[in-house]
Design a protein. Structure first.
Length: 647
C-alpha cells in the first residue's frame, strides 16, 4: 500500500491465509470480493477490482460498489481453467467529492465562482493523463466551467453523468492505494465441483472366485454403472500385488496360496506403480477399458497409493527411499495396535527425496498418458503438505484438467490444509453423521467462510473400510436414506458400489469392516439380486442432472421441523429460479410425520403456490407458514419439492 495515500484497504474476502493459497471455482462461477475501504474525513471514495487470468498481461478493471459502514464489493466471473489473479485499488475521488459538495451548495444557492473554477482545474488535470479519445471532451467541459456565466448551464455541465463516468476512469495516480497482495483463484473443470462416483474392484466383476476377472470382463459392468447415472468410476489400485506377508481373507495375517492379497500392497516382480496386475490384463487392455468407459460417459478415477509391498522394485532399486530400523531392516507400516507387514511406507524426507518426488510425479504423468485425469489419493495426510503442493502444482502446470480427491480421514485442520495445498475434493466425516443434530451441525460448519471457498466435500456413503452401524442395522431403507442425503446435501458424492447398491449389511462383529471384504478376496456379485436399490439410485442421479441446485454445494439452508426424525432443507434459490425444498426421514424403521416451517422468499404466508414432488410427480398447493409431511421409509423416505407458480 502506498504510504502517501489516505485510503485504507482491509478485510478483503475471499483471502485464504493472507493470500498464501487460492480460492476454488469452476468455469462459469462468480467470485464475489468484499473489503472494508475507508479514509479520514468526508471525501468520496472510489475502488476497482482488478482481475486477469495468469495467461493474460492486461487487467480487467471492475468498479466496486459501496455499502453501508465502509463495506465495498465487486464480482467477476471465471471462464477458463488455470489461475486468475485479483487485487484492489482505491482512492479519494476528488472530482466526485467536489461534485457532491457543489450539488449541496447549489441546492442551498451558496455556490460561488471559485467552486466552478476548482472543478475546471480537476478536469484539466485529468485531461493531461486521459486517453486521447477523452482529452478534447474534458478540456471542453473545463472551458464551460470557466467561461460560462450562466450558473444553470454551469451546473448542468458539472453534474452530468457522462462527465462523472469519464472522470472516474482517470483518478490521480498519486492518490491511489493498491492492496499489497495479489490473490488467486484456481479454476478447475466442472467435475471437480459436481459428480457421482462409483467404486468397483475390477477383479470382482467375473463369475468365479477362483481367479481375478480381467478388464474385458469388467467392461461388461460399465453399462449398468452408467445406467444408474454415475459420472466417475473409481478403481482401487490395479497394480501387481506383493506376495511377502500377503494378508488373507478378512485381513488375516497369512494368506492362503490362492488368496489374491490387498491391492494396496503394491508391487511385485511383475512391476510397480506403472504396471498393471497381469491377471487384470495388459496396459493395452486398460487403455481399451478407459476408452469403453468414455463411450458410456464415465470417467475413470485411479487410486494413487504411495506405498510399496516388500516385493516392489523400488525396495530393491532404491532402498534409501524407505525408513529403516536400527540394524538396517526397512520399517513396515503401523497404526498401533494395527500392523501392516505387507506395506512399506516411503520416506518423503530421505536424502534422495528429489529423485523420489520426481518419480512419484512421473507415476501420475504415466497414468495421465493412459487417459486418466482423476486420481483418488490414499492417505495423503501421512505425507508432507509441501510434497502435495509441489506435485499438484507440477501436474496442473501442464494438465489443469486433472482432479485430485483426498482420502484423508483425520483431524479437521489437516483435511483443510490438504485442500489448500491443491486437492480438488476431500472425503468427509459424513459417514459418521447420522442424526439430525449431527447433520445440521456438520454441514453448517462446512458452509462457513472461509472453508467453503477452498474445501469441496465428496460425500462417500461407504468405503471398503467403512460399513457404518446405521447401514448394518437399518436394512434397505437405510441405504436409500443415506444415498439420498449424500446426493442432495452435496454436489459430489460416492458409493463403494456393489455392496451399496445390493444393500450388503454383513460386517465383522463389533466393527465397521465388511465381512469377506473385497480388499482381501475376490467376490462374485449377483447384480440383480432382490432388494437392490438400483432404481432408486438412478432416479436420484437423474434428478441431480436435471436440477442445477444440486450441482453446487451452496446455497444450503436447514428448515425447522417439529420432529427430530425428519430433516428439511432448501437447495438453490428463488433468485436463480432453481429452489428445491427437501424433506427426508432419518429413521429407517418407522413412518414419520411433522410440520415444516417454510415461506418462500418474496411471498407472504397468505400467498398460495404449487410444489411438485420430483420423486413421485405429485403436485400440491401450499399456503401458510407450516406444512404437513408424512414419510414412510419402507416405500419412499423423502420428498424433493420444486416450487411452481400457483395455478
Amino acid at each position: 500500500m502506498q504510504k502517501s495515500s489516505r485510503v485504507v484497504i482491509e478485510e478483503v474476502q475471499p483471502e485464504i491465509d493472507s493470500g498464501r493459497f487460492p480460492v476454488k471455482r469452476t468455469p462459469g462461477e462468480w467470485v464475489r470480493v468484499t473489503a472494508a475501504i475507508h479514509a479520514d474525513g468526508h471525501d468520496v471514495l472510489a475502488a476497482v477490482l482488478k482481475v486477469r487470468h495468469e495467461g493474460q498481461l492486461h487487467w480487467q478493471r471492475i468498479v466496486m460498489t459501496s455499502q453501508p459502514n465502509d463495506a465495498w464489493e465487486g464480482s467477476f466471473r471465471v471462464e477458463n481453467l488455470g489461475f486468475y489473479v485479483y487485487t484492489l485499488e482505491a482512492w479519494i475521488d476528488r472530482f466526485a467529492t467536489w461534485r457532491h459538495f457543489l450539488d449541496i451548495k447549489l441546492s442551498a444557492q451558496q455556490q460561488g465562482e471559485s467552486d466552478f473554477l476548482e472543478g475546471a482545474e480537476l478536469l484539466e488535470a485529468a485531461a493531461a493523463r486521459a486517453a486521447q479519445t477523452h482529452v478534447v471532451f474534458l478540456r471542453q467541459e473545463a472551458a464551460k466551467l470557466r467561461q460560462t456565466k450562466d450558473s444553470t448551464a454551469r451546473a448542468q455541465t458539472a453534474l452530468s453523468q457522462s462527465l462523472l463516468d469519464t472522470m472516474a476512469a482517470y483518478p490521480d495516480p498519486s492518490d491511489i492505494s493498491v492492496y499489497d497482495r495479489q490473490l488467486r483463484v484456481c479454476v478447475e473443470r466442472e467435475r471437480a465441483r459436481y459428480g457421482a462416483w462409483y467404486e468397483m474392484f475390477p477383479r470382482s466383476t467375473g463369475t468365479t472366485t477362483e481367479h481375478s476377472a480381467t478388464f474385458l470382463e469388467a467392461e461388461a459392468r460399465l453399462g449398468g454403472i452408467a445406467a444408474m447415472g454415475f459420472d466417475v468410476l473409481y478403481l482401487p489400485p490395479i497394480h501387481p500385488i506383493g506376495k511377502s506377508f500377503r494378508k488373507g481373507a478378512n485381513n488375516s495375517l497369512r494368506a492362503k496360496p490362492t488368496e489374491p492379497g490387498s491391492p494396496w500392497a503394491i508391487g511385485s516382480a511383475e512391476g510397480g506403480h506403472k504396471a498393471v496386475h497381469p491377471e487384470l490384463g495388459t496396459l493395452d487392455d486398460f487403455d481399451r477399458f478407459v476408452a469403453a468407459a468414455r463411450r458410456k460417459n464415465l470417467e475413470i478415477a485411479l487410486d494413487i497409493a504411495y506405498q510399496c509391498s516388500p516385493d516392489h522394485p523400488y525396495v530393491r532399486e532404491h532402498p534409501g527411499w524407505f525408513k529403516h530400523r536400527p540394524g538396517g531392516a526397512i520399517k513396515y507400516a503401523e497404526n498401533p495396535p494395527k500392523k501392516y507387514e505387507d506395506i512399506y511406507p516411503l520416506d518423503f524426507e530421505c536424502e534422495d527425496r528429489e529423485a523420489l518426488w520426481n518419480e512419484l510425479r512421473d507415476v501420475v504423468l504415466f497414468w495421465i498418458g493412459h487417459g486418466v485425469t482423476i486420481f483418488r489419493v490414499d492417505n495423503p495426510h501421512t505425507k508432507p503438505y509441501r510434497f502435495w503442493e509441489w506435485l499438484i502444482g507440477e501436474i496442473h502446470t501442464k494438465h489443469p484438467d486433472v482432479i485430485f480427491l483426498a482420502e484423508a480421514f483425520t483431524r479437521p485442520h489437516i483435511v483443510a490444509e490438504l485442500a489448500k495445498c491443491g486437492f480438488s475434493q476431500s472425503y468427509t466425516y459424513f459417514t459418521w453423521r447420522n442424526t439430525k443434530a449431527e447433520l445440521i451441525d456438520y454441514f453448517t460448519d462446512l458452509a462457513q467462510m472461509p472453508i467453503r471457498e477452498y474445501f469441496r466435500p465428496n460425500l462417500f456413503v461407504n468405503t471398503p473400510d467403512i460399513l457404518h452401524a446405521y447401514l448394518q442395522t437399518g436394512g434397505r431403507p437405510a441405504f436409500m436414506i443415506r444415498l439420498f442425503l449424500a446426493a442432495t446435501l452435496g454436489a459430489s458424492y460416492g458409493v463403494y458400489g456393489p455392496p451399496f447398491e445390493l444393500c450388503v449389511t454383513q460386517a465383522i462383529p463389533e466393527t465397521e469392516d465388511y465381512q469377506d471384504s473385497e480388499k482381501y478376496q475376490i467376490r462374485v456379485w449377483d447384480w440383480d439380486q432382490p432388494g437392490n436399490i438400483k432404481s432408486w439410485i438412478k432416479k436420484i442421479n437423474a434428478i441431480r442432472r436435471a436440477q442445477s441446485a444440486l450441482q453446487f454445494d451452496y446455497p444450503l439452508h436447514f428448515l425447522t421441523v417439529n420432529n427430530d426424525s425428519l430433516l428439511a432443507y432448501t437447495r438453490g434459490s428463488i433468485a436463480q429460479n432453481n429452489l428445491l425444498l427437501i424433506v427426508i426421514a432419518l429413521d429407517p424403521r418407522q413412518p414419520q410425520e411433522g410440520w415444516v416451517d417454510f415461506v418462500p422468499e418474496g411471498k407472504s404466508p397468505a400467498d398460495p403456490y404449487s410444489v411438485h414432488d420430483l420423486l413421485n410427480d405429485a403436485r400440491y398447493t401450499w399456503q401458510g407458514d407450516r406444512h404437513y409431511v408424512r414419510l414412510d421409509p419402507q416405500t419412499c423416505p423423502a420428498h424433493v419439492f420444486s416450487l411452481e407458480p400457483a395455478s
